[in-house]
Design a protein around this ligand. Structure first.
Ligand SMILES: Cc1ncc(COP(=O)(O)O)c(C=O)c1O
Length: 364
């Protein structure tokens, strides 16, 4: 019997759920985390084998070889890149490095979004101001309002496409922000951008040379389905990476992750298949969900959908519990700033799995 679940901070946490509620993790279909539905690329087995032979050495603390490969891939210099133990490490690194600024001025966060921006600012004693986008207007951004709100901020955090709304900001909007708010640090989290159709057109990685106030976060964890390995990087102007590096802990990226980072960038076919699958299945899931009179999915550019529950007396907590009884885990979004018990997030998975979700919803 599934008991009442406390709202969780992140998706996943399968072990905790399994332990608390006596569910077998292998039999759970996890729609609560947004990792690549194709699963981990097979070539990764070679990276693990290679890494095994190097376990008796310390990994290069600056992930030099991985940075070199990334620099080539992004057409930037190695000095523009810092590799981290997932993008998460780098979010906390940015706030730590800016703690002095953050004591003088607020951080502005476009909400609803990933909660670790706020946590990273709070941990260094900084204050956060939420720039809230509303579901009633499909989370539309008014750039003038944002500029007015963020003008005196130390840092502006922006997630593109945004978790959990799936909303994509245009490159021109971000560059307008970076130009107008030249004294603010603009942090753009592109953790999910590679899942979108036009990822190259909307990435601002290449702009860090022109904008010394721009930091871009990227996650390989999501894209290559390696949350257990953990790998991410940030891209910024060299002046900024030099400062950030002064605050970085050494050896946070293990040898397996470093080698994987070098190898995975060559997985062009896998990336192509990923984008095709996500595009087709996102549309399928969106259209299927729309058929339910009590569910409204929001348009999304990413590999997940935010869904509004419009049935009286059915909360996100209740829906999550009902689906959990059917072996399906979804993300209750009630703990995102600006959302409540009427919102859940669903990852886009492979067709057979998406069908199981739709069938479980029909069963309710
Ligand atoms: C927007 C966003 N950025 C970063 C992360 C963390 O990524 P990583 O696993 O690379 O630390 C997440 C994880 O959910 C996320 O949603």
């Amino acid at each position: 019997m599934v008991q009442k679940l406390p709202p969780e901070k992140h998706g996943g946490e399968l072990e905790t759920i399994a332990e608390q509620y006596g569910i077998d993790t292998d039999r759970l279909l996890d729609f609560s985390v947004n990792v690549n539905p194709l699963g981990t690329p097979e070539s990764l087995a070679d990276a693990i084998k290679k890494g095994f032979a190097l376990l008796n050495r310390y990994p290069d603390s600056s992930s030099r070889r991985t940075r070199r490969k990334l620099a080539h891939h992004l057409n930037l210099s190695e000095e523009n890149i810092i590799v981290g133990n997932g993008a998460t490490e780098l979010i906390y690194l940015i706030s730590r490095c800016c703690s002095e600024r953050l004591h003088a001025r607020d951080a502005v966060i476009i909400e609803p979004t990933f909660s670790d921006y706020q946590r990273s600012v709070s941990l260094v004693g900084g204050r956060v101001r939420h720039h809230l986008l509303l579901h009633e207007t499909c989370f539309q951004l008014n750039i003038d309002h944002l500029i007015a709100d963020a003008r005196d901020a130390a840092i502006l955090f922006l997630c593109n496409p945004n978790n959990p709304t799936g909303q994509l900001f245009q490159k021109s909007q971000i560059l307008a922000l970076a130009t107008t708010l030249e004294k603010n640090l603009i942090v753009v989290d592109e953790a999910f951008l590679d899942f979108t159709d036009e990822s190259h057109h909307n990435s601002v990685c290449g702009e860090v040379i022109n904008f010394p106030n721009l930091v871009v976060l990227c996650s390989m964890t999501k894209l290559f389905a390696i949350p257990g390995l953990r790998l991410g990087y940030l891209v910024a102007h060299q002046n900024l990476t030099e400062r950030l590096n002064q605050y970085k802990e050494p050896w946070t990226v293990n040898i397996f992750a470093q080698i994987a980072g070098e190898m995975l960038l060559d997985e062009t076919d896998y990336l192509q298949r990923t984008r095709e699958l996500v595009k087709i299945e996102r549309e399928f899931l969106f259209n299927q969900l729309k058929q339910f009179s009590w569910l409204t999915p929001f348009p999304s550019a990413a590999n997940f959908l935010l869904v509004h529950i419009g049935r009286e007396y059915l909360t996100a907590t209740m829906l999550r519990e009902k689906l959990l009884k059917r072996g399906i885990l979804i993300r209750n979004c009630s703990n995102f700033v600006g959302l409540d018990e009427r919102f859940v997030r669903l990852a886009v998975k492979e067709h057979a799995e998406n069908l199981k979700l739709i069938s479980a919803l029909q069963d309710l």
